[in-house]
Design a protein around this ligand. Structure first.
Ligand code: CTP
Ligand code: MG
Length: 168
């Protein structure tokens, strides 16, 4: 497979896990509305249980679909599911860590944190998936470059669709 295409194919579950909560999220926040010792919310209302598990399920399903489209890339369905699950879990945990940091820096929910918003989830996803399957360093660098562009494009799309209140 073309290297740039491989990088994109590999990370696809992470992109879905990161974007689907915008549509699937809502309801009880993960921090249950609780505050940290600095008096600000632990994570904020932008991180919900529905969004977390919705993203985890959608990302994992993407991996199953990918397996049936290109089984030789994974070797077995088990590996494809494991990889997609870990990429998705890493994405969502990385996103929570990002929100935790943003709240500690006194940034309100939805406030853009350039770098953290675009790379935090990606780096966490790559770390979580590392034990199951890796991509070459060059492809990781490519993902570091294209992910912010895709992230911004997807957010503008979600804003135009009325799913997000702000275009970032
Ligand atoms: N979302 C959710 N649950 C999650 C992640 C996201 O419900 N675990 C939903 C929320 O509606 C959130 C939207 O997806 O507002 C966009 O996600 P994101 O940009 O990550 O959250 P922000 O609202 O920007 O909040 P933060 O400042 O904490 O990143
Ligand atoms: Mg945001």
């Amino acid at each position: 497979m073309n290297q740039l295409l491989e990088a994109f194919w590999y990370i696809l579950p992470a992109y879905f896990a990161n974007s689907s909560p915008v549509v699937l999220g809502g309801g009880t926040p993960i921090d249950f509305g609780k505050k940290w010792r600095d008096g600000r919310r632990i994570l904020g209302d932008g991180k919900t249980w529905r969004g977390f598990f919705g993203g985890l399920i959608v990302g994992t399903i993407i991996g199953i679909v990918q397996y049936f489209l290109l089984p030789e890339y994974y070797g077995s369905l088990g590996i494809a599911i494991e990889l997609a699950f870990l990429l998705s879990l890493g994405t969502l945990v990385g996103d929570l860590i990002g929100s935790f940091i943003k709240r500690r820096l006194n940034m309100p929910r939805g406030y853009p944190a350039v770098g953290l918003d675009q790379w935090g989830f990606l780096i966490a996803a790559l770390c979580f998936a590392y034990p199951v399957k890796t991509i070459p360093t060059g492809e990781v660098l490519f993902l570091l470059v294209i992910t912010p562009l895709i992230h911004w494009g997807a957010n503008i799309f979600a804003y135009k669709m009325g799913w997000k209140k702000v275009p970032w």
